[in-house]
Design a protein around this ligand. Sequence first.
Ligand code: NAD
Length: 312
Amino acid sequence: MSVQRKVVIIGAGAVGMTFAFTLQQSGLCRELILIDQDQKRLAGEVDDLNHGLFFVPPQEIRMGSYEDCAGADVIVITAGAKQAPGETRLDLVKKNAGIMRSICEQIVRHTREAVLLVVSNPVDVLTWVALKTSGLPKNRVLGSGTVLDSARFRYMLSRRCGVDPRNVHAYVLGEHGDSEVAVWSMIHMAGIPLTNLCRYCPNNMEEDRERITKAVRESAYHIIEAKGATYYAVSLAMQRIVEAIIRDEKSILTVSSFMEGPYGIHEVCLSLPTIVGAGGAEKVIDPPLDINEEEALRHSAEVLKQYIRETC
Ligand code: NAD
Protein backbone atom coordinates (compact mmCIF):
# COMPACT_ATOMS: atom_id res chain seq x y z
CA MET A 1 0.00 0.00 0.00
CA SER A 2 1.57 3.31 -1.07
CA VAL A 3 2.05 6.12 1.43
CA GLN A 4 0.48 8.43 -1.13
CA ARG A 5 -2.92 6.71 -0.90
CA LYS A 6 -4.02 7.01 -4.49
CA VAL A 7 -7.61 6.31 -5.58
CA VAL A 8 -8.89 6.28 -9.18
CA ILE A 9 -12.61 6.59 -9.95
CA ILE A 10 -13.74 5.42 -13.40
CA GLY A 11 -17.20 6.79 -14.20
CA ALA A 12 -17.81 10.30 -12.91
CA GLY A 13 -21.61 10.35 -12.99
CA ALA A 14 -23.95 10.80 -10.03
CA VAL A 15 -22.46 7.93 -7.98
CA GLY A 16 -18.83 8.51 -8.97
CA MET A 17 -18.96 12.24 -8.21
CA THR A 18 -20.88 11.90 -4.94
CA PHE A 19 -18.28 9.37 -3.84
CA ALA A 20 -15.49 11.74 -4.96
CA PHE A 21 -17.03 14.48 -2.80
CA THR A 22 -17.33 12.09 0.17
CA LEU A 23 -13.72 11.00 -0.27
CA GLN A 24 -12.53 14.59 -0.62
CA GLN A 25 -14.14 15.58 2.68
CA SER A 26 -12.68 12.56 4.49
CA GLY A 27 -9.08 13.42 3.53
CA LEU A 28 -8.44 9.68 3.23
CA CYS A 29 -6.37 9.83 0.04
CA ARG A 30 -3.60 12.16 -1.16
CA GLU A 31 -4.29 11.66 -4.85
CA LEU A 32 -7.71 11.29 -6.46
CA ILE A 33 -7.92 10.71 -10.21
CA LEU A 34 -11.20 10.85 -12.15
CA ILE A 35 -11.76 9.16 -15.50
CA ASP A 36 -14.89 9.48 -17.64
CA GLN A 37 -15.68 9.40 -21.34
CA ASP A 38 -17.48 12.76 -21.03
CA GLN A 39 -14.38 14.98 -20.79
CA LYS A 40 -16.24 18.30 -20.85
CA ARG A 41 -18.46 17.50 -17.87
CA LEU A 42 -15.55 15.88 -16.05
CA ALA A 43 -13.46 19.06 -16.37
CA GLY A 44 -16.28 21.01 -14.72
CA GLU A 45 -16.66 18.40 -11.95
CA VAL A 46 -12.93 18.43 -11.18
CA ASP A 47 -12.80 22.25 -11.05
CA ASP A 48 -15.81 22.24 -8.72
CA LEU A 49 -14.10 19.80 -6.32
CA ASN A 50 -10.76 21.62 -6.49
CA HIS A 51 -12.37 24.92 -5.51
CA GLY A 52 -13.16 23.30 -2.15
CA LEU A 53 -9.57 22.30 -1.36
CA PHE A 54 -9.18 25.27 0.99
CA PHE A 55 -11.64 23.56 3.38
CA VAL A 56 -10.31 19.97 3.48
CA PRO A 57 -7.03 18.14 4.20
CA PRO A 58 -4.33 18.52 1.48
CA GLN A 59 -4.85 16.32 -1.57
CA GLU A 60 -4.48 16.39 -5.34
CA ILE A 61 -7.60 15.92 -7.46
CA ARG A 62 -7.37 15.77 -11.26
CA MET A 63 -8.76 14.32 -14.48
CA GLY A 64 -6.79 11.39 -15.76
CA SER A 65 -6.47 8.53 -18.20
CA TYR A 66 -5.87 4.80 -17.72
CA GLU A 67 -2.13 5.43 -17.41
CA ASP A 68 -2.92 7.03 -14.06
CA CYS A 69 -4.05 3.64 -12.72
CA ALA A 70 -0.34 2.88 -12.21
CA GLY A 71 0.42 3.11 -8.48
CA ALA A 72 -3.25 3.28 -7.43
CA ASP A 73 -4.23 1.57 -4.18
CA VAL A 74 -7.91 1.27 -5.11
CA ILE A 75 -9.68 1.66 -8.48
CA VAL A 76 -13.41 2.23 -8.14
CA ILE A 77 -15.59 1.51 -11.18
CA THR A 78 -18.94 3.29 -11.39
CA ALA A 79 -19.12 3.65 -15.18
CA GLY A 80 -22.21 2.35 -16.89
CA ALA A 81 -24.71 2.98 -19.62
CA LYS A 82 -28.30 3.95 -18.83
CA GLN A 83 -31.23 2.02 -20.30
CA ALA A 84 -31.99 3.38 -23.80
CA PRO A 85 -35.62 3.60 -25.07
CA GLY A 86 -36.77 0.16 -26.25
CA GLU A 87 -33.74 -1.58 -24.76
CA THR A 88 -34.41 -4.61 -22.57
CA ARG A 89 -32.82 -5.09 -19.14
CA LEU A 90 -30.80 -8.01 -20.52
CA ASP A 91 -29.51 -5.89 -23.43
CA LEU A 92 -28.45 -3.25 -20.93
CA VAL A 93 -26.57 -5.83 -18.86
CA LYS A 94 -24.82 -7.11 -22.00
CA LYS A 95 -23.83 -3.54 -22.85
CA ASN A 96 -22.53 -2.87 -19.32
CA ALA A 97 -20.62 -6.17 -19.29
CA GLY A 98 -18.92 -4.98 -22.51
CA ILE A 99 -18.05 -1.63 -20.89
CA MET A 100 -16.65 -3.45 -17.83
CA ARG A 101 -14.51 -5.72 -20.02
CA SER A 102 -13.04 -2.80 -21.93
CA ILE A 103 -12.33 -0.86 -18.70
CA CYS A 104 -10.60 -3.83 -17.03
CA GLU A 105 -8.49 -4.57 -20.12
CA GLN A 106 -7.24 -0.98 -20.01
CA ILE A 107 -6.60 -1.03 -16.24
CA VAL A 108 -4.42 -4.14 -16.29
CA ARG A 109 -2.17 -2.64 -18.97
CA HIS A 110 -1.04 -0.16 -16.32
CA THR A 111 -1.31 -1.98 -12.99
CA ARG A 112 -1.82 -5.44 -11.55
CA GLU A 113 -1.36 -4.26 -7.97
CA ALA A 114 -4.51 -2.27 -7.19
CA VAL A 115 -7.71 -3.50 -5.57
CA LEU A 116 -10.69 -3.12 -7.96
CA LEU A 117 -13.99 -2.10 -6.40
CA VAL A 118 -16.95 -2.56 -8.76
CA VAL A 119 -20.08 -0.53 -8.06
CA SER A 120 -21.79 -0.45 -11.49
CA ASN A 121 -24.93 -2.58 -11.70
CA PRO A 122 -25.75 -5.41 -11.79
CA VAL A 123 -22.84 -5.33 -9.38
CA ASP A 124 -22.43 -9.08 -8.72
CA VAL A 125 -22.44 -9.96 -12.43
CA LEU A 126 -20.05 -7.12 -13.28
CA THR A 127 -17.72 -8.07 -10.41
CA TRP A 128 -17.54 -11.55 -11.98
CA VAL A 129 -16.82 -9.96 -15.40
CA ALA A 130 -14.10 -7.74 -13.87
CA LEU A 131 -12.48 -10.73 -12.15
CA LYS A 132 -12.50 -12.92 -15.26
CA THR A 133 -11.31 -10.12 -17.59
CA SER A 134 -8.59 -8.71 -15.36
CA GLY A 135 -7.12 -12.06 -14.33
CA LEU A 136 -6.28 -10.50 -10.94
CA PRO A 137 -6.23 -12.65 -7.79
CA LYS A 138 -9.80 -13.21 -6.62
CA ASN A 139 -9.37 -11.28 -3.38
CA ARG A 140 -8.40 -8.13 -5.28
CA VAL A 141 -11.64 -7.81 -7.24
CA LEU A 142 -14.69 -7.05 -5.12
CA GLY A 143 -18.09 -5.47 -5.55
CA SER A 144 -19.93 -3.08 -3.25
CA GLY A 145 -22.44 -5.94 -2.99
CA THR A 146 -24.97 -5.67 -0.18
CA VAL A 147 -23.06 -3.20 2.00
CA LEU A 148 -25.74 -0.63 1.09
CA ASP A 149 -28.62 -3.11 1.52
CA SER A 150 -27.28 -4.10 4.96
CA ALA A 151 -27.14 -0.40 5.94
CA ARG A 152 -30.75 0.01 4.78
CA PHE A 153 -31.78 -3.05 6.81
CA ARG A 154 -30.03 -1.69 9.91
CA TYR A 155 -31.62 1.72 9.42
CA MET A 156 -35.13 0.28 9.13
CA LEU A 157 -34.65 -2.00 12.15
CA SER A 158 -33.19 0.91 14.12
CA ARG A 159 -36.27 3.02 13.45
CA ARG A 160 -38.57 0.12 14.31
CA CYS A 161 -36.73 -0.61 17.59
CA GLY A 162 -35.77 2.95 18.60
CA VAL A 163 -32.03 2.14 18.64
CA ASP A 164 -29.04 3.85 16.98
CA PRO A 165 -28.39 2.06 13.61
CA ARG A 166 -24.73 1.65 14.67
CA ASN A 167 -25.90 -0.67 17.47
CA VAL A 168 -28.00 -2.86 15.19
CA HIS A 169 -26.10 -5.84 13.76
CA ALA A 170 -27.87 -7.22 10.72
CA TYR A 171 -26.88 -8.43 7.27
CA VAL A 172 -28.37 -8.71 3.82
CA LEU A 173 -26.55 -11.47 1.88
CA GLY A 174 -26.55 -12.88 -1.67
CA GLU A 175 -27.34 -10.76 -4.72
CA HIS A 176 -27.52 -6.96 -4.56
CA GLY A 177 -30.97 -7.12 -6.13
CA ASP A 178 -34.29 -8.92 -6.14
CA SER A 179 -33.06 -12.30 -4.80
CA GLU A 180 -31.16 -10.78 -1.84
CA VAL A 181 -31.57 -12.44 1.56
CA ALA A 182 -32.28 -10.36 4.69
CA VAL A 183 -30.92 -12.59 7.45
CA TRP A 184 -33.32 -12.27 10.39
CA SER A 185 -31.81 -15.18 12.34
CA MET A 186 -28.53 -13.27 12.90
CA ILE A 187 -29.89 -9.89 14.04
CA HIS A 188 -28.66 -8.76 17.42
CA MET A 189 -28.35 -5.60 19.53
CA ALA A 190 -25.98 -5.36 22.51
CA GLY A 191 -25.18 -9.03 21.93
CA ILE A 192 -28.84 -10.00 22.47
CA PRO A 193 -30.55 -11.85 19.60
CA LEU A 194 -33.62 -10.07 18.23
CA THR A 195 -35.87 -12.94 19.26
CA ASN A 196 -34.88 -12.38 22.91
CA LEU A 197 -35.14 -8.59 22.64
CA CYS A 198 -38.67 -8.89 21.29
CA ARG A 199 -39.78 -10.46 24.59
CA TYR A 200 -39.38 -7.05 26.24
CA CYS A 201 -41.22 -5.24 23.47
CA PRO A 202 -45.01 -4.81 23.46
CA ASN A 203 -45.16 -4.57 19.64
CA ASN A 204 -45.02 -7.80 17.68
CA MET A 205 -42.04 -7.74 15.28
CA GLU A 206 -43.41 -10.72 13.33
CA GLU A 207 -46.01 -8.41 11.79
CA ASP A 208 -43.29 -6.03 10.57
CA ARG A 209 -40.90 -8.65 9.28
CA GLU A 210 -42.31 -8.96 5.79
CA ARG A 211 -42.82 -5.21 5.49
CA ILE A 212 -39.21 -4.41 6.45
CA THR A 213 -37.72 -7.15 4.23
CA LYS A 214 -39.73 -5.85 1.27
CA ALA A 215 -38.88 -2.20 2.01
CA VAL A 216 -35.14 -3.01 2.07
CA ARG A 217 -35.36 -5.00 -1.17
CA GLU A 218 -37.38 -2.32 -2.97
CA SER A 219 -35.59 0.78 -1.60
CA ALA A 220 -33.70 1.53 -4.81
CA TYR A 221 -36.86 1.26 -6.95
CA HIS A 222 -38.66 3.84 -4.79
CA ILE A 223 -35.73 6.26 -4.73
CA ILE A 224 -35.15 5.97 -8.49
CA GLU A 225 -38.86 6.54 -9.13
CA ALA A 226 -38.79 9.63 -6.91
CA LYS A 227 -35.50 11.27 -7.98
CA GLY A 228 -34.00 9.29 -10.86
CA ALA A 229 -30.98 7.73 -9.14
CA THR A 230 -29.50 6.77 -5.77
CA TYR A 231 -26.11 8.18 -4.80
CA TYR A 232 -25.77 9.48 -1.22
CA ALA A 233 -25.98 6.29 0.87
CA VAL A 234 -24.10 4.23 -1.72
CA SER A 235 -21.26 6.78 -1.63
CA LEU A 236 -20.97 6.39 2.14
CA ALA A 237 -20.97 2.60 1.68
CA MET A 238 -18.16 2.98 -0.90
CA GLN A 239 -16.25 5.25 1.47
CA ARG A 240 -16.55 2.61 4.21
CA ILE A 241 -15.17 -0.11 1.88
CA VAL A 242 -12.34 2.04 0.52
CA GLU A 243 -11.22 3.14 3.99
CA ALA A 244 -11.22 -0.49 5.15
CA ILE A 245 -8.87 -1.29 2.22
CA ILE A 246 -6.62 1.75 2.51
CA ARG A 247 -6.26 1.50 6.31
CA ASP A 248 -6.02 -2.31 6.22
CA GLU A 249 -8.82 -2.38 8.80
CA LYS A 250 -9.88 -6.05 8.56
CA SER A 251 -13.46 -4.79 8.85
CA ILE A 252 -16.30 -7.22 8.25
CA LEU A 253 -18.44 -5.93 5.41
CA THR A 254 -20.90 -7.64 3.06
CA VAL A 255 -18.93 -7.01 -0.13
CA SER A 256 -19.42 -9.18 -3.20
CA SER A 257 -16.59 -11.56 -4.05
CA PHE A 258 -15.91 -14.83 -5.85
CA MET A 259 -17.37 -17.87 -4.08
CA GLU A 260 -15.46 -21.10 -3.71
CA GLY A 261 -17.75 -23.35 -1.75
CA PRO A 262 -19.57 -21.71 1.20
CA TYR A 263 -23.05 -23.25 1.51
CA GLY A 264 -22.15 -25.26 -1.61
CA ILE A 265 -21.91 -22.08 -3.75
CA HIS A 266 -19.22 -21.92 -6.45
CA GLU A 267 -18.23 -19.88 -9.52
CA VAL A 268 -20.29 -16.78 -8.86
CA CYS A 269 -19.78 -13.43 -7.09
CA LEU A 270 -22.19 -12.52 -4.29
CA SER A 271 -22.13 -11.04 -0.80
CA LEU A 272 -21.29 -12.78 2.44
CA PRO A 273 -19.71 -11.22 5.55
CA THR A 274 -16.10 -10.69 4.46
CA ILE A 275 -12.92 -9.45 6.13
CA VAL A 276 -11.84 -6.40 4.10
CA GLY A 277 -8.30 -5.07 4.34
CA ALA A 278 -5.32 -4.02 2.19
CA GLY A 279 -5.65 -7.27 0.20
CA GLY A 280 -9.29 -6.49 -0.69
CA ALA A 281 -11.79 -9.26 0.11
CA GLU A 282 -9.36 -11.17 2.33
CA LYS A 283 -11.58 -13.85 3.88
CA VAL A 284 -15.20 -14.84 3.37
CA ILE A 285 -17.10 -15.86 6.50
CA ASP A 286 -19.98 -18.34 6.35
CA PRO A 287 -22.01 -17.93 9.53
CA PRO A 288 -24.64 -20.47 10.53
CA LEU A 289 -27.95 -19.57 8.90
CA ASP A 290 -31.35 -21.12 9.37
CA ILE A 291 -32.38 -23.67 6.78
CA ASN A 292 -34.69 -21.31 4.83
CA GLU A 293 -32.03 -18.61 4.67
CA GLU A 294 -29.45 -21.08 3.38
CA GLU A 295 -31.89 -22.21 0.71
CA ALA A 296 -32.64 -18.59 -0.24
CA LEU A 297 -28.90 -17.90 -0.53
CA ARG A 298 -28.38 -20.86 -2.87
CA HIS A 299 -31.37 -19.65 -4.91
CA SER A 300 -29.76 -16.18 -5.12
CA ALA A 301 -26.54 -17.79 -6.42
CA GLU A 302 -28.55 -19.66 -9.08
CA VAL A 303 -30.29 -16.44 -10.17
CA LEU A 304 -26.87 -14.80 -10.62
CA LYS A 305 -25.44 -17.78 -12.51
CA GLN A 306 -28.40 -17.68 -14.88
CA TYR A 307 -27.82 -13.95 -15.41
CA ILE A 308 -24.15 -14.62 -16.24
CA ARG A 309 -25.10 -17.40 -18.68
CA GLU A 310 -27.57 -15.12 -20.48
CA THR A 311 -25.47 -11.97 -20.66
CA CYS A 312 -21.73 -12.61 -20.43
P1 NAD B 1 -24.58 7.98 -14.39
O1 NAD B 1 -25.21 7.72 -15.71
O2 NAD B 1 -24.84 9.27 -13.69
O3 NAD B 1 -22.99 7.85 -14.54
C1 NAD B 1 -22.36 6.88 -15.32
C2 NAD B 1 -21.09 7.50 -15.84
O4 NAD B 1 -20.34 6.50 -16.53
C3 NAD B 1 -21.31 8.66 -16.82
O5 NAD B 1 -20.60 9.80 -16.37
C4 NAD B 1 -20.75 8.13 -18.14
O6 NAD B 1 -20.17 9.15 -18.93
C5 NAD B 1 -19.72 7.15 -17.63
N1 NAD B 1 -19.33 6.12 -18.59
C6 NAD B 1 -20.13 5.30 -19.34
N2 NAD B 1 -19.37 4.48 -20.09
C7 NAD B 1 -18.07 4.78 -19.80
C8 NAD B 1 -16.84 4.26 -20.24
N3 NAD B 1 -16.77 3.27 -21.13
N4 NAD B 1 -15.71 4.79 -19.74
C9 NAD B 1 -15.76 5.80 -18.84
N5 NAD B 1 -16.90 6.33 -18.37
C10 NAD B 1 -18.04 5.81 -18.84
O7 NAD B 1 -24.97 6.76 -13.45
P2 NAD B 1 -24.86 6.71 -11.84
O8 NAD B 1 -26.17 7.11 -11.25
O9 NAD B 1 -23.62 7.41 -11.43
O10 NAD B 1 -24.70 5.14 -11.61
C11 NAD B 1 -23.51 4.50 -11.98
C12 NAD B 1 -23.64 3.00 -11.78
O11 NAD B 1 -23.73 2.72 -10.37
C13 NAD B 1 -24.93 2.40 -12.38
O12 NAD B 1 -24.60 1.15 -12.96
C14 NAD B 1 -25.83 2.23 -11.19
O13 NAD B 1 -26.82 1.23 -11.39
C15 NAD B 1 -24.82 1.84 -10.15
N6 NAD B 1 -25.24 1.94 -8.74
C16 NAD B 1 -24.83 0.93 -7.93
C17 NAD B 1 -25.21 0.91 -6.59
C18 NAD B 1 -24.76 -0.23 -5.72
O14 NAD B 1 -25.13 -0.33 -4.53
N7 NAD B 1 -23.95 -1.13 -6.25
C19 NAD B 1 -26.01 1.95 -6.07
C20 NAD B 1 -26.37 2.99 -6.94
C21 NAD B 1 -25.99 2.98 -8.28
